[in-house]
Write a protein that binds this ligand. Sequence first.
Ligand code: PXP
Length: 241
Amino acid sequence: MSKLGVNIDHVATLRQARGTIYPSVLEAATICARGGAAGITVHLREDRRHIQDADVYGLKEALSIPLNLEMAVEEEIVAIALDVCPDEVCLVPEKRQELTTEGGLDVAGTLSSLESVVKRLRNAGIVVSLFIDPEESQIDAAVLLGAPVIELHTGTFCDASGVVADRELVRLQRAAAYAASRGLQVNAGHGIHMGNITSVMQVPHLDTLNIGHSIIARAVFVGLEAAVVEMREAIEGVGKS
Ligand code: PXP
């Protein structure tokens, strides 16, 4: 059965918008766990636009479910990751001006610079995941690096419609099958919402779906726990059929 990991960055976005102490990301994480989230993800961006260093330390201390830290391959953030020791780190590309992560990490094109970072994180006992586009060359590179987990970037599929969406879904399906055949754990994330989750679940071998924006947006209307339950039940419901 595929699991739901909830990205709570945008709880911090609300807080940072006013510089208040609320809403609390710790409280949000607790509510997500109550709703059946299998893990919590936060992205500590270089520009600290939402999640702050103290959030990561606080979550690691308080969480009863695994913490997945999304981060760029930047020495300052790597040092924090090695200090906090989250259960999992997901390496992502990061650009200052982007609204959100755009595209996957070019693992194949940056093997040598990734090698030592992946090794240091793994030596600290952290599970390393690489956020990649659904391409065989990127999967082969992840295997070469010894990363046990990949997260397939679903954003292109989720933003598309018609024949482009059909083509992107096939790419995701093929990539997931290939990654699983190479012994990798396959996660997926980006742009997933209640309107496309049924399609995303047609991708085989999905271990964890990391979903943020749509759940936090839905929480405005139904509350965070209900929004998490809704998405988790959608994932589990499709998984059963
Ligand atoms: N996975 C990764 C690697 C991401 O960068 C993001 C966005 O921070 C997500 C999942 C969650 O995406 P969304 O907020 O669109 O659900």
